[in-house]
Design a protein around this ligand. Structure first.
Ligand code: ADP
Ligand code: MG
Length: 272
């Protein structure tokens, strides 16, 4: 589904992503973990086309993504829920999802503004799609609620609904559980598990190691831009390099994460 070969990106001579070679199989749920600054978000921006690689290649469904704009990658089925993504204020849940869906259609905002032929039909289609996406994430009862008034857990589900509108084949989620309470985390995990069962390939960045351990088929561990381990959750959690680079520093945090916490952002995040 996706391969990266010697993928690298530097900022001012420092490599944030440094020769990352990996491949993700269709239907796989891949966890990506690593300390703050490991290069996880940069990797997503490279896959989404929001950043150009310094060198290396990304191949999606057998085709190179080199030079392809983000909106075209989105149309090819790559959807990203960005770290700390915001909703549109003053819009309902449905409108928020519809805005996401607009970006995926051929006519888009320009024709909506100019009222070109085909617009009304498309508008209805988009509303239907958005409603279906809201149903998929369990937000049917909140369609007409102002998005910003929803609890954080439901706002995250709304972000997922927005991404689902384009019927993605590859869904990238950057720390979707951060700041959520334990119960919201569990319910988000259940949703991601369901989407996984439906066959969507997912890349899941998460700070809460426990969260990915229970969900992922395989895990890639990044540190200072490099892959330091890759394997099943059990393999990775036993890897001495991972334990010293990441899990070792997290031990106390992992125990905390299984208890009700106050929903603090990355309360168990390692610092460097
Ligand atoms: P993570 O998501 O794993 O916390 P990031 O990918 O956000 O890590 O960042 C990796 C490194 O790249 C960090 O040292 C960060 O400061 C740097 N970095 C990321 N984006 C930029 C940018 N746009 N300009 C300069 N440095 C950046
Ligand atoms: Mg990040």
């Amino acid at each position: 589904m996706l391969t990266t070969e010697n993928l690298a990106r530097s900022f001012g001579g420092v490599f944030a992503v440094d020769d990352v070679t990996t491949s993700v199989s269709p239907g796989e749920l891949r966890g990506i973990i690593g300390p703050n600054g490991a290069g996880k978000s940069t990797l997503f921006n490279l896959i989404g086309g929001h950043l150009a690689p310094s060198h290396g290649r990304i191949t999606y469904r057998g085709e190179s993504l080199a030079g392809m704009a983000p909106h075209r990658r989105a149309r090819e089925g790559i959807a990203i829920v960005f770290q700390g993504a915001r909703l549109f204020r003053g819009m309902t849940a449905l409108e928020n999802v519809m805005v996401g869906a607009h970006a995926m259609t051929h006519h888009g905002f320009v024709s909506a503004a100019l009222r070109l032929p085909g617009h009304r039909r498309e508008e209805r289609l988009i509303a239907e799609r958005a409603e279906a996406a809201l149903e998929r994430v369990g937000l049917t009862d909140f369609t007409d609620v102002q998005a910003e008034s929803l609890p954080l857990g439901q706002q995250r589900r709304l972000q997922v609904a927005r991404a689902l509108c384009g019927e993605p084949a590859l869904l990238l989620l950057d720390e979707p559980a951060s700041g959520l309470r334990q119960q919201e985390r569990q319910s988000l995990a259940a949703l991601l598990h369901e989407l996984h069962e439906e066959g969507i390939t997912m890349l899941l960045i998460e700070h809460d190691v426990g969260f990915v351990m229970n969900l992922a088929d395989r895990i890639t561990v990044l540190d200072l831009g490099k892959v330091i381990a890759e394997g099943t959750p059990v393999e990775v959690s036993r890897d001495p390099q991972v334990i010293s680079a990441y899990l070792g520093r997290e031990n106390s945090g992992q125990e905390n994460s299984s208890q009700e916490n106050s929903g603090q952002e990355n309360s168990n995040a390692p610092s460097r």
